[in-house]
Design a protein around this ligand. Structure first.
Ligand SMILES: *[C@@H]1O[C@H](CO)[C@@H](O)[C@H](O)[C@H]1NC(C)=O
Ligand SMILES: *[C@@H]1O[C@H](CO)[C@@H](O)[C@H](O)[C@H]1NC(C)=O
Length: 489
């Protein structure tokens, strides 16, 4: 009898920037015929469930969502100001719940939607869910492949957190006189990374328990049997080589969005509904259609960043003063302490026709639109990769987690944009928008198109990401068949 298709349990961290790439990987694996049990927290599950029918994943009988409690009461906001609670409860309640779930999946074959679900053969877990997954791996002998949704560079930096503490490079304080000094203890980054560019968890205003959470997750993560990254060889080759010193298997399979597209020209592309936890306002596409080629700067700070009323005003004036048309995503919860109507007045009054504001945009489509010539971004990894893939240069204003590292790579390693970190006064915003939109920097234009080509190439037949995803699929199949062999013995 033929071996059954592998059944993989996937465990994302409960935040949009983590769920989205995990769902994209799930879709690729479903195309290969795998069965996927995708485990969200109940909180995320309840949000996603409304959109399930619109998701391309709903067409796969071998895909299902499962969920576990995150341990927080339903009314808890789970926003960036209270993220610490989520870290703690995931590490305690979440961990117990996940173990129980895996045990129940191992105990009996399930029947769901007339499909038989055999016991899973491995777990693909977010790198920062490692304390949940790795103990299960060791107790229940179920291999864990870790998927770190950050760049290779940032992943590499996280592996040095302990060393950075030992060498007293962190915590970093805004206003430290040596904040611009190079950090020399991270191989390959000695000449680029300043203390200023370290992940936000290294700043002293961030609660130390958050740093502790990442230290613990990262140290557990080392024990996984392989590492998956949403990046591509040509973008981060030297760092990927370094990561091989920790993992014998490193699967760089990005840009995932492009990989998915290239794998299924015949079926609908992973739509906005997949993993988008917000309602997109598509009217901005019609507005873009009316703008000249490469004239518009697209502004979005992602799904979690919050800013002060003063900061948003500086951006507003900087954009207006630059004289360039802009499309700006202002989420109702972008400005802290303010409801949707608490935005500074200037911003609420109907803009001159140069600016267009939406509460959430179909980002991928916007970036690929020919009217868009630049991206003012918070430098989340998802957005960064997306922008690199379609060749749109960036202005980076990073705030949290990996963003400060990404923006440094953008400006000083890949040269596909400029870094504005730690300042946003209106004159800086205006100047940077002009530099970017008036093509004043030839090197940026050249690198941007070079990396866009390399990104596209990596996902085509014979490209590095194309080969790596097939390798991953084969390796999981062989885990499954080893398991089947054991059973028959
Ligand atoms: C990530 O990228 C996709 C497009 O590739 C976009 O639809 C989504 O809004 C982006 N942002 C986040 C935080 O997931
Ligand atoms: C996570 O759980 C472990 C083991 O229960 C505990 O020692 C550790 O302090 C917890 N970490 C955080 C950040 O809550």
């Amino acid at each position: 009898m033929a071996n059954p298709q592998p059944h993989v349990v996937m465990l994302p961290f409960p935040a949009q920037g983590h769920i989205k790439p995990m769902l994209m990987l799930a879709e690729v694996l479903c195309h290969a015929g795998f069965r996927i049990s995708f485990v969200n927290t109940d909180h995320i599950h309840n949000i996603i469930v409304e959109n399930i029918d619109k998701s391309p994943l709903s067409q796969f009988p071998g895909f299902r969502f499962l969920s576990i409690p995150d341990g927080l009461p339903p009314e808890h906001p789970r926003d960036s100001s209270s993220i610490k609670d989520l870290f703690t409860s995931i590490n305690s309640t979440g961990k117990i719940m996940f173990r129980d779930l895996i045990i129940s999946l191992l105990r009996r074959d399930d029947l769901e939607r007339e499909e038989i679900w055999h016991a899973p053969c491995c777990i693909i877990a977010d790198g920062i869910m490692s304390t949940l997954a790795i103990d299960v791996e060791e107790e229940l002998e179920m291999p864990v492949i870790t998927f770190r949704t950050y760049s290779a560079t940032c992943t590499w930096v996280y592996f040095h957190l302990e060393k950075l503490i030992e060498q007293k490079e962190i915590p970093v304080r805004e206003g430290d006189e040596d904040i611009d000094r190079l950090v020399t203890c991270i191989t390959e980054l000695e000449k680029v990374l300043r203390r200023r560019d370290l992940p936000s968890i290294c700043r002293c205003e961030v609660d130390p328990s958050i740093l502790k959470f990442f230290l613990e997750q990262t140290s557990k993560m080392r024990r996984a049997s392989g590492l998956i990254l949403n990046t591509f060889e040509d973008l981060e080759a030297p760092i990927i080589r370094q990561l091989h010193s920790i993992y014998s298997k490193v699967y760089t399979i990005g840009p995932l969005q492009a990989l998915l597209k290239s794998q299924m020209d015949d079926s609908p592309v992973a739509g906005a509904a997949t993993g988008s936890l917000r309602q997109e306002d598509r009217t901005c596409i019609a507005w873009l259609d009316k703008q000249p080629a490469k004239s518009v700067i697209y502004v979005s700070f992602g799904s979690v960043v919050v800013m002060s009323p003063d900061q948003i005003l500086e951006f507003w004036h900087g954009l207006i003063n630059s004289g360039k048309p802009f499309l700006w995503v202002i989420r109702p919860d972008l400005v802290f302490g303010n409801g949707p109507n608490g935005l500074p007045e200037e911003i609420m009054c109907p803009t001159n026709e140069r600016g267009y504001v939406v509460s959430w945009a179909p980002q991928e489509e916007v970036l690929a639109h020919c009217a868009v010539g630049g991206f003012l971004t918070h430098s989340g990894w998802n957005s960064t990769l997306e922008s690199i893939t379609v060749g749109v240069p960036m202005i980076c204003w990073p705030l949290i987690v990996d963003q400060k590292v990404n923006s440094r790579c953008v400006s000083d390693i890949w040269r596909v944009g400029i870094d504005m970190k730690d300042s946003c006064d209106r004159s800086t915003v205006e100047r940077m928008v002009r530099v970017l939109m008036e093509d004043k920097d030839e090197e940026i234009a050249k690198s941007t198109s070079k990396f866009a080509n390399l990104a596209q190439k990596s996902v085509r037949e014979g490209g590095s990401s194309f080969c790596n995803i097939n390798k991953l699929i084969e390796d999981i199949r062989s885990i499954q068949s080893k398991k089947d062999d054991c059973k028959t013995k």
